[in-house]
Design a protein around this ligand. Structure first.
Ligand SMILES: Cc1cc2nc3c(=O)[nH]c(=O)nc-3n(C[C@H](O)[C@H](O)[C@H](O)COP(=O)(O)OP(=O)(O)OC[C@H]3O[C@@H](n4cnc5c(N)ncnc54)[C@H](O)[C@@H]3O)c2cc1C
Length: 467
């Protein structure tokens, strides 16, 4: 039986980055991956969707060329199969890149499914579906998550699609019902709408992207509606029936809707399809329970990424993994570890719609509940020279500070490049910066970042370009 210091199950952003860091520390590890390295993120999540977002954005801008003083094309026939091919090439290139990194660093990838994990002395034995067995003193579960559906609705990947299914379409449908107005649903709604598909969002809750700040959700919903997306909140999907006219959706408000395709984006469930004959790690709602050091209830078994049921984002998975790598290194060197617990609230969250929505830290309601008195600073992109020059002034920056010492506790951005800009908020908030300290920082002109500065100045009612 082949033995390693660490076995990682799952080669998504959690697993593959951890493996590289362990290799950098000179720790031997193997990654067991049943599909391709990169996991959901590279193969059917973050990367392919963002490739589509770019094509969609450019297509929309080309149609609006006259707004930039350029000739507006009379016609812009779209061959979506070319967009599809571009997306696939990007995925291929990136996955190939990770495979190359693994090769160069001599990290072993075992292309198999991990079927079971059993204790063997002070080690763990992992049985694979190819008949092989491997062992290690430490195992990292990085098995990710899978799409959920609703009771009585089957995802057949023909009519009713998962996010993976919609990414596999090389032809656009005429109409699409997006069930679930969370981040993934809204991103696909925005992409498809830009390509001219008739899009209906069906959201059971009173608002879309419900985990975000209430004001930002409302503003995003308004922007999406203005672009022609039908945003239906407080409505549930009850049935899907195939008819000659298309798929007939029965909704909880007694109405029906006929569309060509349905995208189920009602959330994702932790994926742990592995047997533990001698006792499984503790689970809560299907997610592996971890402590501040990503340790499960089983000694020597860690869990990272979507399977832990924390903030299901690629950068959460990688950060947790890098922390585990650091811990293992310290353990192997007999050192006490001084790793600080991860503050999940300070992990940036991005929705790549048009306009983009990004946030870090607390929402206004959460900040009020936690600190009582708070101050909110805002700055609209309509007052930003750079946003005007870009022809993209929809949205604003909202920064939340504690009233007592003006420590920044939340930042929310709706508008151009929000996902890039929020990195600045993440630095300020995770470093515990206060409004005055940030005001001392010089921001380049003309940039969208100045809107962050002005929203922070607005906390002290000192914004220059806002009345
Ligand atoms: C459409 C979509 C868009 C997204 N966009 C973004 C985005 O823009 N930004 C962002 O941060 N996040 C995004 N996400 C979320 C992101 O993809 C996940 O949070 C991230 O991939 C989780 O990483 P992970 O390492 O935990 O697991 P995964 O990426 O899910 O990888 C888990 C891997 O484990 C393998 N595996 C599972 N079980 C076994 C087993 N028993 N044996 C062997 N291998 C196994 C799987 O094959 C898989 O490759 C998106 C997700 C989707 C679906």
């Amino acid at each position: 039986m082949k033995e390693y210091q660490v076995v990682i199950i799952g080669g998504g952003p959690g697993g593959y980055e951890t493996a590289i860091r362990l290799a950098q520390y000179g720790i031997t590890c193997a990654v067991v991956e049943s599909q391709r390295l990169g996991g959901v993120c590279l193969n059917c999540g973050c990367i392919p969707t963002k490739a589509l977002v770019k094509s969609a954005e450019l297509y929309r801008e080309m149609k609006e060329a006259d707004q930039y003083g350029l000739p507006k094309p009379a016609e812009l026939p779209l061959d979506y199969s070319q967009v599809f091919e571009r997306k696939n090439k990007i995925v291929e290139q990136l996955v190939g890149g990770i495979e190359f990194l693994f090769k160069k660093r001599s990290i072993e990838v075992i292309k198999a499914r991990a079927d079971s994990i059993t204790p063997q002395g002070d080690k763990w034995k992992v049985a694979l579906d190819n008949g092989e067995e491997i062992s290690a003193s430490r195992v990292i579960l990085a098995t990710g998550s899978i799409s959920k559906s609703l009771p009585n609705i089957t995802i057949d990947e023909v009519d009713v699609l998962s996010s993976t299914g919609i990414l596999a379409l090389d032809k656009l449908p005429k109409s699409l019902a997006v069930i679930g107005g969370g981040v993934i649903g809204c991103e696909f709604a925005s992409i498809m709408n830009s390509f001219g598909v008739e899009v209906h969002i069906i959201e059971f809750l009173p608002r879309i992207v419900a985990l975000e700040d209430d004001e930002m959700c409302r503003r995003l919903a308004l922007a999406l509606k203005k672009q022609g997306i039908k945003v239906n909140t407080n409505v549930g999907l009850q049935s899907v029936t195939k008819t000659d006219a298309g798929l007939e959706l029965g909704l909880s408000n007694e109405s029906t809707l006929v569309v060509e395709k349905v995208l189920m984006s009602v959330g994702r469930a932790p994926n742990l399809d592995i047997e533990f004959p001698a006792g499984a790690p503790q689970l809560e709602k299907g997610a592996v329970v971890i402590d501040d050091q990503m340790r499960t209830s089983l000694n020597g078994i860690f869990a990272i990424g979507d399977v832990t049921g924390k903030l299901a984002l690629a950068h959460t998975a990688s950060k947790q993994g890098l922390m585990v790598a650091e811990l293992i290194k310290d353990e192997l060197e007999g050192k006490e570890s001084h790793i600080q617990p991860l503050n999940y609230a300070n992990i940036p969250r991005c929705t790549f719609t048009s306009p983009e929505l990004a946030s870090v830290g607390l929402s206004e309601a959460e900040a009020k509940e936690k600190y009582g008195e708070i101050i909110v600073g805002k700055f609209p992109f309509s007052a930003s020279g750079k946003a005007m020059a870009m022809g993209d002034t929809n949205g604003f920056v909202k920064t939340i500070a504690r009233a007592d010492d003006q420590t920044l506790v939340g930042m929310h951005i709706l508008g151009p490049n929000a996902a890039e800009l929020i990195g600045q908020g993440a630095i300020f908030i995770s470093q515990g910066a206060n409004a005055k300290v940030v005001e001392d920082v010089v921001f380049a002109h003309p940039t969208l970042s100045e809107s962050i500065k002005e929203s922070i100045e607005d906390i002290r009612k000192m914004s220059i370009h806002k009345i």
